[in-house]
Design a protein around this ligand. Structure first.
Ligand code: ADP
Ligand code: ZN
Length: 212
């Protein structure tokens, strides 16, 4: 499409490595797009390795899973450097999901992989629950050959959504969770922090669960 430059890579010759970034809010189809690209690489008989941080065990241990229940086998790492340790030198395509959990050192690792001829595909959140740039995506965008921004659907109004709205009160930048804890919101409907209305509804549900 006009909105990303992945088709520019069609002209490449030889064993050039590069970095592709897929970014956007939660529920925008980042994992689906990562899985789609990795499946196509496998169909093309390329050697593929997929990595994900071990902290993200919401759905399964050794797989990446999209909200639409698409799955792909993945190797767990606890920090970016582990990717280099676990890398098979014959691997041609490296997929990395949830890079926000691996921020420290991931840019260097991605650069090393691309410099040594690997196709690196990374899918992660570009902004946090306050709407701020979310490491390591900003820096990755600067070193990437290809950038795709995915949008979700705003759960308030149905418009294209670029924000991840946190619905529950929690400490810290990263709170692992999915449905019920976060939803996609457009620029107009996004409220950095916790919206009072949602907090009320959440409290009501919680009280209901306790009573029932
Ligand atoms: P991400 O990796 O960006 O969190 P996923 O690839 O895991 O997204 O999931 C995308 C899927 O989530 C969509 O295809 C759709 O089935 C579902 N979905 C749930 N809520 C929304 C939403 N608000 N907007 C778009 N898709 C949504
Ligand atoms: Zn909206």
């Amino acid at each position: 499409s006009r909105w990303d430059n992945s088709q520019n890579m069609d002209v490449l010759t030889g064993h050039l490595g590069w970095i592709e970034v897929i970014c956007g809010p939660m529920f925008s189809g980042k994992s689906e797009e990562l899985i789609r690209r990795l499946r196509r690489a496998m169909i093309a008989r390329k050697r593929v390795q997929v990595f994900k941080p071990i902290i993200d065990n919401r759905y399964s241990i050794e797989e990446i899973v999209s909200h639409s229940e698409q799955r792909l086998k993945a190797e767990n790492v606890s920090q970016a450097r582990d990717i280099l340790d676990k890398l098979d030198w014959r691997t041609q395509v490296v997929g990395i999901d949830e890079p926000n959990f691996l921020a420290d050192g991931l840019v260097d690792v991605a650069q090393q992989l691309a410099d040594s001829g690997k196709q690196v595909i990374i899918s992660g959140l570009d902004t946090d629950f306050m709407g701020r740039p979310f490491a390591p995506i900003p820096e990755l965008l600067c070193v990437a050959e290809s950038i795709t921004k995915t949008l979700a659907i705003c759960m308030r109004c149905g418009n294209p959504a670029k924000h991840t709205q946190r619905l529950v009160e929690a400490e810290g930048l990263i709170v692992v969770g999915a449905m019920g804890m976060y939803e996609a919101r457009c620029r107009r409907c996004f409220e950095p922090g916790i919206p009072k209305q949602e907090l009320l509804e959440f409290a009501k549900v919680k009280a209901g669960n306790l009573n029932g």
